[in-house]
Design a protein around this ligand. Structure first.
Ligand code: ADP
Length: 497
């Protein structure tokens, strides 16, 4: 009390930065503070001779007199925000728009009125700027589909805007306790959201808040995914306020979920395809030896039935069976090695000799009805790769050539096999050329696809496996139509040195 005992009304009146006037019941100005003298541009002496109407344009004076009398009759405090804008007149004739607050003051003798003036323009500009910035923020958040939240971590209370409340489908109050807020979060997501909040609150952290969780609308039980991002503010090392935005990401989550399911389905489909291809490849590999075993066995059985068993013939048939069974076993072994590429055995070998061996195998397989024509480059350097696989590819190409020619009943079926150096790229180059029907443009597009076949009993895996084998050995396999008739298949292989 001692501190303010020296303060008088006059002191407060004089030091106020707002313009103040005290007028009596007749409207005479009895006191004016320095701020009022500056605002209206009067000296103290001049101003205190005036009636308040003198501070208004002539056109408002008559009306104001009535207003003043009514006010004296029923005096009441009227705050600035309640007030109307007033047009005031400066001593130099300039008009000012001011807000005014009125306070009736009862003195011993009569009722005085304290008027405080505030330049309206300044306040209005500030208000308008604030309104415009709020409007802009609202538009921006609306455009981005964002809701705003403001978490007071001292009081554990969350202030939220209307969009945020809509997102929650919950209370229509401006704020809500953090505990109540947590109850609408999906139980499975509460822990993660709380730990995101704890991280943001931790003064040792960077204050960032980032969390995705589901909210359950209390009115209809529907579920929405929300993504919330914010930043914690600290004062003296204590978390005080977390301000951020939240967005409904349900559609995005549903889409992601659909994609994930689709990916899983595709993966299953792919695995099924791989399984089907592997089975077909196995079938392709053992089909030939099994046919041969069956043929040898039939020969042996027939011989036993008719009696007169010739041990040499029987021995040959049984040896044939053993050889073909071993071949089937080797093929399976090679196939498994190919599927598990790390086991691929690479060796240095003579491609010309491999071609001759392949011709023998093709003949053994029953594809002997053709005239082979060999053009083998002399002193051909050795190649490097898996010899059994390369041999398999050559046999397959010969078999395809023979089948194509047999298919159209060509008598002089000729298969020309060329081995040469591919000069421009320094690779071994092998060509298998036939004089069969060749391939139409549509067929050419598909021949390397698994399961593509134009043969009634074909499997359609030969060329796709052959290409994969050559590529695994560092080469390439392709097809070119012949100038006249027939087809030519090419492949390359790297030289050993
Ligand atoms: P398959 O021999 O089981 O049909 P391939 O993958 O070896 O499987 O061959 C696929 C298809 O390519 C064949 O069905 C055939 O239409 C075509 N084709 C392959 N080689 C030749 C060729 N030399 N001449 C004509 N068509 C061929």
């Amino acid at each position: 009390m001692e501190l303010i005992s020296g303060l008088s009304f006059q002191t407060l009146f004089d030091v106020s930065p707002d313009a103040m006037l005290l007028s009596d019941e007749s409207g005479l100005i009895v006191l004016a503070n320095p701020a009022a003298l500056t605002l209206f541009r009067y000296t103290k002496e001049d101003m205190c001779k005036l009636k308040v109407e003198a501070l208004m344009p002539v056109r408002h004076r008559e009306y104001h007199k009535h207003y003043r009398k009514a006010y004296i009759h029923k005096p009441e405090a009227r705050s600035m925000s309640n007030g109307r804008a007033l047009i005031a007149l400066r001593s130099d004739g300039q008009e000012l728009t001011l807000d005014i607050s009125l306070t009736p003051l009862k003195t011993n003798e009569q009722l005085c009125t304290l008027a405080i003036f505030y330049p309206t323009d300044r306040r209005r500009v500030a208000e308008e700027a604030y309104r415009a910035s709020e409007e802009r923020l609202k538009l921006a958040t609306k455009a981005a589909d964002l809701a705003i939240f403001d978490f007071d971590s001292n009081r554990n209370v969350l202030h939220w805007d209307e969009d945020m409340r809509l997102l929650w489908g919950a209370e229509s109050t401006d704020s809500i306790s953090n505990k109540r807020f947590s109850t609408v979060i999906h139980p499975e997501d509460r822990k993660a959201r709380q730990s995101a909040l704890d991280n943001a609150i931790d003064p040792k952290g960077n204050g960032e808040y980032n969390s995705e969780y589901r909210v359950i609308n209390p009115s209809d039980g529907s579920e929405q995914w929300v993504s919330a991002v914010g930043r914690m503010h600290f004062e003296d090392g204590h978390a005080t306020r977390l301000v951020g935005v939240a967005r409904n990401i349900t559609r995005q989550k549903v889409f992601e979920d659909k994609l994930r399911k689709q990916r899983n389905e595709n993966e299953i489909l792919f695995k099924e395809q791989v399984a089907a291809q592997t089975i077909s490849a196995i079938a392709h590999e053992i089909n030939q030896p099994l046919t041969a075993i069956s043929a040898y066995s039939e020969v042996a059985l027939r011989a036993m039935k008719v009696g007169g068993i010739y041990p040499d013939n029987l021995k040959r048939a049984l040896e044939g069976c053993v050889h073909q069974a071993q071949r089937a076993g080797n093929s399976l072994h090679e196939l498994l090695s190919f599927l598990n590429k790390s086991n691929l055995v690479r060796e240095v070998f003579d491609l010309n000799r491999t071609v001759k061996e392949a011709l023998t195998i093709a003949k053994d397989d029953g594809y002997g009805g053709f005239y082979p024509e060999l053009q083998l480059e002399k002193k051909m350097p050795n190649v490097i790769g898996n010899k059994t696989q390369v041999q398999k590819v050559i046999v397959n190409l010969i078999r395809n050539a023979v089948e194509a020619m047999q298919g159209i009943g060509i008598d002089d079926s000729k298969v020309m096999i060329t081995v040469q150096t591919h000069k421009s790229i320094n690779l071994a180059h092998l060509l298998v050329k036939d004089n069969g029907p060749g391939l139409d443009v549509e067929t050419q597009k598909h021949i390397f696809e698994p399961f593509f076949t134009t043969k009634p009993t074909g499997i359609g895996m030969g060329l796709s496996i052959s290409r994969a084998l050559i590529e695994a050995n560092g080469g390439e396999l392709w097809f070119e139509p012949n100038a006249t008739k027939g087809a030519t298949f090419h492949f390359t292989l790297p030289f050993a040195t």
